[in-house]
Design a protein around this ligand. Structure first.
Ligand SMILES: C[S@@+](CC[C@H](N)C(=O)[O-])C[C@H]1O[C@@H](n2cnc3c(N)ncnc32)[C@H](O)[C@@H]1O
Length: 251
């Protein structure tokens, strides 16, 4: 890299940008960690699924300093931000494509206590989610927990008018944030693309996401069914704004 990159600034800007899409993102993350503690106890092994630049991992490392924390993602650029910014002796970041069977090999042999994810699994389609849920059903120990704060459609076939309304309400959240001056997704990536030091990582990113096809959007019903089928004992929604849900599943 030709000059010193301010990695921490990139993570902070990411957090600000993402907060435009997930209402009360910081509070959601703290709540997720509290739920982990209340359901599974202080975790020994914690996974940040589709971690991006490590926002959840960073907060988990602060709250659970003794835990092994593994952040998984496919994006080499976001993973680099995570590696450069998230401190912790037992924190590591690894590449994994959640659409490829065996992605969990990077976790090693042992089961994990908790898996958290945010604003990421909607990149998958229902068949991918089904496979991911099956994998998590094997990977999370009995009594462990899965939490996901993300868009889960109410269902264009199940409740078409309410689904359409929820999409509109969800879009309004980001539109209003951006009108208040919060940076949007595209602007964040455009600024990253203008930084010569990132060129290599961003071109690798292009390659990895070149075949980002997707079938239909994941619904809340898909999510509930997938996790029930994968052997989770209890599944429920613990929070909702429009079609953004905080979904919880106890293994
Ligand atoms: C909007 S970002 C959210 C990142 C992070 N969870 C957060 O809340 O800041 C979505 C993330 O999903 C990741 N992702 C999308 N498809 C993926 C896949 N097939 N395998 C692994 N990660 C994936 C992206 O690379 C990106 O980091």
């Amino acid at each position: 890299m030709s000059h010193q990159v301010e990695w921490t600034g990139w993570l902070q800007r990411w957090d600000e940008q993402q907060a435009g899409y997930l209402p009360d993102r910081e509070e959601q993350f703290q709540l997720m960690l509290e739920i982990v503690e209340r359901i599974a106890g202080t975790p020994d092994r914690f996974v940040d699924l589709a971690c991006g630049p490590g926002s959840i991992s960073q907060r988990a490392a602060r709250r659970f300093p003794q835990a092994e924390i593994v952040g998984l993602d496919l994006d080499p650029f976001l993973l680099e931000i995570a590696r450069q910014t998230v401190a912790g002796e037992r924190v590591r970041f690894a590449e994994a494509n959640l659409r490829t069977p065996g992605w969990d090999a990077v976790l090693g042999e042992d089961q994990v206590d908790a898996v958290c994810s945010a604003t990421a699994l909607h990149w998958l389609d229902p068949a991918d989610l089904d496979a991911v849920a099956q994998t998590l059903g094997r990977r999370i120990r009995p009594g462990g927990v899965f939490l996901n704060a993300d868009t889960m459609r109410l269902g264009p076939d199940e409740v078409p008018r309410l689904d359409a309304l929820a999409v509109e309400l969800r879009d309004r959240i980001s539109t209003e944030s951006h009108a208040r001056g919060v940076e949007d997704w595209q602007a964040w990536w455009d600024t990253a693309a203008a930084e010569p030091a990132f060129a290599e990582l961003l071109s690798e990113r292009e390659v990895r996401f070149a075949r980002r096809w997707k079938g239909r959007d994941i619904t809340l019903t898909d999510t509930i069914q997938c996790f029930r089928k994968a052997g989770f004992a209890e599944v429920a929604v613990l929070g909702q704004v429009a079609d953004k849900h905080l979904f919880a599943a106890i293994r």
